[in-house]
Design a protein around this ligand. Structure first.
Ligand code: COA
Length: 150
């Protein structure tokens, strides 16, 4: 997984556009703006995946995770998430949180496999009126990635 810089913003936006339709897709400018915020970092999988995350104090948050349809099922999502978890821990985060649509079975399966558990929900969180789980994992003891990443 390649740590991203501002120069990667157009490539990350292209991957995001391949995954998220219309207004849900983040533009290159939007991604660059995120990357300029303190504590924000990301990784690129050259085969067609990207993740952005942020650490504030001792908490990390996944901002977005996207693997292009043709690149799915090859552990890229797992690898990107593991890279972000390791980097967040390196930056001092003790836990990592994210929101995921309840109906997104694939993403839910990935997050649960890496130790995330639901800690709350946000009703009508998405533009289409669907609900989200808030999920969290402790980063202090996360051996899951060490055995199955890459
Ligand atoms: C969710 C997403 C990132 C997963 O990426 P991926 O590279 O296909 O995932 P991986 O190959 O790393 O698979 C990781 C886990 O996902 C789950 N998974 C993979 N393929 C699956 C499938 N066909 N059905 C259900 N779960 C599946 C499994 O739990 C798998 O773990 P395993 O290999 O131990 O079985 C990708 O599907 C995606 O970008 N989806 C659209 C955007 C999205 O939902 N982003 C997250 C929003 S919160």
């Amino acid at each position: 997984m390649i740590p991203v810089s501002l120069a990667h913003a157009p490539l990350l936006a292209a991957i995001h556009a391949a995954v998220f339709a219309g207004s849900e897709a983040w533009s290159s400018e939007a991604i660059a703006a995120q990357l300029r915020l303190p504590g924000t970092f990301g990784f690129l999988a050259e085969e067609g995946g990207m993740i952005l995350a942020r650490v504030v104090a001792d908490e990390a948050e996944i901002l977005t995770l996207a693997v292009a349809p043709k690149a799915r099922g090859k552990n890229l999502g797992r690898g990107l998430l593991c890279a972000a978890m390791a980097e967040a821990a390196r930056r001092g985060a003790k836990s990592m949180a994210l929101e995921v649509a309840k109906a997104n079975e694939r993403a839910n399966a990935l997050y649960r496999a890496l130790g995330f558990v639901p800690v709350g929900q946000r009703l009508r969180y998405y533009a289409d009126g669907s609900d989200a789980w808030v999920m969290r994992v402790a980063l202090t003891s996360a051996p899951v990635c060490a055995t199955k990443a890459e």
